[in-house]
Design a protein around this ligand. Structure first.
Ligand code: AHG
Ligand code: MN
Ligand code: MN
Length: 289
């Protein structure tokens, strides 16, 4: 199954082909480098390597005008201006959950294809998705048309579900941040959810969100007392994940409204992130009012 827009198809097939290589290349790159990314986090060797690889490959696609990632300060200009032409901007979290390299737990690669110059609102996304490096490598691709899940092997992308929809009955939840650092209103909401759903938290939002898409439920990384803007980045994490979950029939929120409607100030803006079944996100927003 291919995506109808040829540029988007080229982007997703390039990421799909690269994912098998990225997975293999993690071996020997689990250490840290003596650098911080623009969010002030220590970079793993694999973060820098995967970013360079994706920048090279995505940046040379005709129709991709900008490349940006969590691991580099500025947008790379690699073609026409996406705000003034048919070109797209691609934003990437090259390795999501890279702190899990140390303990060998799940990780991902997240991407968003924006029809606007970066930083942009999520409403400008024309496609978004992620690769999950689990026991097998899978890829979720959301477009205006559909949300589809694939298995990746040896450069091949094989569809396993051509119409991914969030199950109606929520089952799992995962909330990031330390409980004493949660604001009181979020803590009260979380207590209710703990009584109703089963905890699944793995430290890579891709792994956690993929469980929500599989079983129903919610993932959240709230604003914290020590950092009201939360941890996750709007362009590289919040928007693409919000797009996937909304296209699959759920909701996304920054605690107040859809992540996709948030106007960014800066490429590396952080935001609270909540995604999942409508009813749960409605309750979350009511709890934080
Ligand atoms: P990244 O490795 O791209 O910086 O992302 C890590 C993020 C996200 O994937 C995950 O949900 C969250 O950080 C985990 O944070 P904690 O370690 O605070 O739980
Ligand atoms: Mn991440
Ligand atoms: Mn990352």
């Amino acid at each position: 199954m291919t995506v109808s827009d040829p540029v988007v198809e080229e982007v997703v097939s390039t990421i799909g082909r690269s994912a098998t290589e990225i997975r293999q290349g993690l071996i020997g790159r689990r250490g840290t480098v003596d650098e911080e990314n623009p969010s002030g986090e220590t970079q793993a060797e694999a973060d820098v390597w995967a970013d360079d690889l994706l920048a090279d490959r995505l940046g040379e696609i005709d129709g991709v005008g900008e490349y940006a990632s969590e691991e580099r300060a500025d947008v790379i200009d690699c073609g026409d201006d996406p705000a003034a032409s048919d070109a797209y901007a691609v934003a990437v979290d090259p390795l999501d959950g890279s702190s899990n390299l140390k303990s060998n737990n799940a990780m991902g690669t997240i991407f968003g294809v924006y029809d606007d110059a970066l930083p942009a609102r999520g409403e400008a996304l024309v496609a978004a998705g992620y690769v999950l490096y689990g026991p097998i490598t899978t890829m979720m691709i959301a477009t205006e048309e559909t949300v589809a899940e694939y298995e990746l092997s040896g450069g091949e992308r094989t569809v396993v579900d051509d119409d991914v929809t969030l199950p109606d009955e929520p089952v799992v939840f995962g909330f990031g941040g330390r409980v004493p650092d949660w604001p009181d209103d979020f803590r009260e909401y979380a207590r209710e959810i703990e009584d109703e759903l089963k905890l699944r938290y793995g430290g890579a939002l891709i792994g956690d969100v993929n469980q929500v898409l599989t079983y129903g439920g919610t993932f959240g990384y709230p604003g914290l007392q020590s950092r009201p803007e939360g941890k996750l980045r709007l362009q590289f994490e919040g928007n693409p994940i919000g797009y996937v979950v909304e296209r699959a029939g759920g909701r996304s929120s920054n605690g107040d409204r859809s992540l996709l409607s948030v106007q960014p100030d800066d490429l590396h803006d952080r935001t609270p992130v909540h995604v999942g079944n409508d009813e749960l996100i409605d309750r979350l927003e009511a709890a934080l009012e």
